[in-house]
Design a protein. Structure first.
Length: 504
């Protein structure tokens, strides 16, 4: 976290003192170097023999504000890998111009915007914003008290609000997405803050371990406790896009620049689930009989609503947004188990789903109309005949989302459903299987459209991927296949990470 936040500050200084012509190169070195260094440091900490000596679950640092344990290190390592691949898409400028506006404050179509376009202005502030967001994502699941968690929530959210509104094309839609995300995000933050106040009033502390101790020993004033659980839960469920707090997700995914959508759909979801797991397993671990029925209901609604509404979508990014909602429901079935197996299966699912998601959005950036990305599904008709390789890779990602055998999606769903059955959630698994079947329909529909439909006359062009986008697509495809055929190493790593749950 120190490496990433330090690099973000360096990025701000680069914007202030480095000439505009040299900024992008410096930003790339700082951004990729810091993410790689942070990942290596995370691996070194995870392999420390002293930190986890004598069966220790980890330790608490920063005066009790940050917890260092194996589940957190696994989540942070996953976020760093996904962020590195996402930044590859953000850094790609091979398609004529950058996907980001040169002057974000310029009105779309105004003389100022045309002047910036002719001058070749590039919005290099994107890189420090991304680093601040990633730093917040790393801190969010590691927070050991609710105030630190709230600060991390704002640190990761505020840069994303700005990034969503920086699209060069379809600017008004991008601005609409940013405003919706900001307003609804502010509401969710308010719910989360009210929940913190309720829990502080109940326990006299914002430390997760202190709340757990008070909940296990104090039988009075349960109204404050239950209200705190509900309100903090709303704030966390909003960030993962669970029903009924999912309304922001399709609009934001559609309007944001596609590389930013990939970052949110992978890293933000992993970070939010990490925070959700920590809060419910540590602070509310002794109250599982109180929150599991509500969480199970949310999981069922999330799977069903995400799968059914996705059938009606005609925009590729909105379709993947509702697919993301359904997948959040699948992970919630494992959270419902409230066990070591539930935690380990959640970790594996988040890692495998995140890398597949980035690959899918990377393919979307390659299918282009004269006005930008071809997002309407009708434009994808016959893509398999125009570009069999790109259509085949996208079909692979869709098959992975559907959870068919020999893909990472199948192993992930099998793991979370097995954990839910062990935790007594057989009804959730039945709904999950039915939702998976419904979801498979619209994934297969897109595959049929690409390979068994005639291409439209003025169909989109498949752009030649640059080294950045090509690497992102290759990594996503390779991970989807490898984690489906040889999932053992990552499953074992997730299992070891979850052995002792979270440090208290």
């Amino acid at each position: 976290m120190l490496v990433v936040f330090g690099a973000a500050v360096v990025g701000v200084l680069v914007e202030a003192f480095v000439p505009r012509s040299a900024r992008r190169g410096v930003h790339l070195v700082v951004t990729f170097g810091s993410l790689a260094a942070a990942f290596v440091w995370t691996c070194v900490i995870a392999g420390s023999s002293t930190l986890f000596a004598k069966g220790s679950a980890g330790h608490v640092a920063a005066m009790g504000a940050v917890a260092v344990d194996r589940p957190t290190l696994f989540i942070q390592g996953t976020i760093l890998v996904l962020a590195f691949v996402s930044v590859l898409l953000i850094a790609d400028t091979s398609q004529d111009v950058s996907v980001f506006a040169g002057q974000a404050a310029a009105t779309p179509g105004s003389p100022e915007e045309r002047e910036g376009l002719l001058a070749g202005l590039v919005h290099t502030e994107v890189y420090p914003l991304v680093l601040f967001a990633i730093g917040g994502m790393l801190l969010f699941p590691a927070s050991n008290d609710l105030l630190t968690m709230f600060v991390a929530l704002e640190v990761l959210s505020l840069p994303l609000y700005l990034l969503c509104g920086l699209a060069r094309r379809r600017r008004l839609l991008s601005h609409e997405a940013a405003v919706k995300y900001f307003l609804l995000g502010a509401f969710s933050s308010a719910f989360f803050l009210f929940g913190i106040a309720m829990l502080y009033g109940y326990s006299g502390s914002v430390r997760l371990s202190a709340i757990a101790t008070a909940a296990s020993s104090n039988t009075s004033d349960e109204t404050l406790l239950l209200a705190g659980i509900a309100l903090t839960g709303i704030g966390l469920l909003f960030k993962i896009g669970a029903v009924p707090f999912q309304s922001w997700k399709p609009d934001v995914y559609q309007g944001a620049p596609t590389p930013v959508t990939a970052l949110m759909a992978s890293c933000t979801v992993v970070s939010a689930f990490g925070a959700l797991l920590r809060v419910f397993y540590v602070a509310f671990g002794t109250l599982s009989w109180d929150w599991r029925p509500a969480l199970g209901t949310v999981a069922i609604l999330t799977m069903v609503v995400g799968a059914i509404i996705a059938i009606t979508q005609t925009d590729v990014k909105r379709l993947l947004a509702y697919s993301s909602i359904a997948h959040a429901g699948f992970v919630l079935t494992a959270v419902f188990a409230a066990s070591v197996q539930g935690l380990s299966s959640s970790l594996f699912y988040l890692a495998s789903y995140g890398i597949t998601t980035i690959g899918a959005f990377a393919v979307i950036t390659l299918v282009r109309d004269p006005g930008g990305e071809a997002l309407h599904l009708s434009r994808w008709a016959g893509l398999g005949k125009r570009s069999p390789l790109v259509a085949g890779i996208f079909a692979l990602f869709l098959i992975g989302f559907a959870g068919l055998p020999l893909t990472s999606g199948f192993i992930g769903k099998f793991a979370v459903f097995q954990a839910a059955i062990s935790g007594g959630g057989i009804s959730l698994v039945i709904v999950g299987v039915v939702s998976s079947a419904i979801a498979a329909f619209f994934y297969v529909r897109v595959i049929v459209l690409m390979f068994f439909s005639e291409p439209v006359e003025d169909g989109p062009v498949v752009a030649m991927p640059s080294i950045f986008t090509g690497t992102a697509v290759a990594v996503g495809a390779l991970a989807t296949v490898v984690l489906g055929i040889v999932p053992g190493p990552v499953l074992s790593l997730a299992g070891r990470a979850a052995t002792q749950l979270f440090v208290r």
